[in-house]
Design a protein around this ligand. Structure first.
Ligand code: SF4
Ligand code: SF4
Length: 136
């Protein structure tokens, strides 16, 4: 499995101001976990998620517990266009959260931008379509 921040030739780490190909290294970004966790731009996607309780978040407890939003990484202020059928958008704390139902996790701000622009060429979109087809 590649690094969870690796998307379409870009690093979407929240440590970067915007997605960039400048820091990409195929062996590290598309290697195993041992390679990518040592990267200076890697952030554990689970880190910080337990800092807000569902009530603080103002979200239905079951959903907040399931999605574990971390606003500095996940909260977007403009509603995503969500043209990808696998993106689900939630109103949250004065902004929005976007969940990818293929990855089954929240998308970071930079990922939401990429999904809005390039959803039709996203490998996870294609994977989602294949999964749906095989379920029929
Ligand atoms: S390994 Fe580092 S540079 Fe590569 S995608 Fe992950 S965080 Fe970004
Ligand atoms: S574009 Fe890809 S990553 Fe984004 S929501 Fe759709 S399937 Fe998920």
């Amino acid at each position: 499995m590649p690094c969870p921040w690796y998307r379409g030739g870009l690093c979407t780490s929240p440590k970067l101001p915007k997605p960039s190909s400048a820091v990409i290294s195929p062996t590290r970004c598309q290697g195993g976990k041992a390679e990518y966790v040592a990267c200076q731009f890697y952030v554990d996607p689970e880190s910080g998620r337990k800092q807000r309780s569902p009530l603080e978040a103002g979200m239905r407890p079951a959903i907040a517990e399931q999605l574990r939003p971390y606003p500095p990484i996940h909260l977007v202020h403009t509603r995503p266009r969500s043209r990808c059928p696998f993106m689900k958008v939630y109103d949250y704390s004065g902004g929005y959260l976007a969940q990818c139902r293929v990855l089954n996790r929240l998308l970071t701000r930079s990922e939401v931008e990429i999904c809005d622009k390039y959803w039709s060429s996203c490998p996870f979109y294609k994977l989602g379509l294949n999964q749906k087809t095989s379920e029929l």
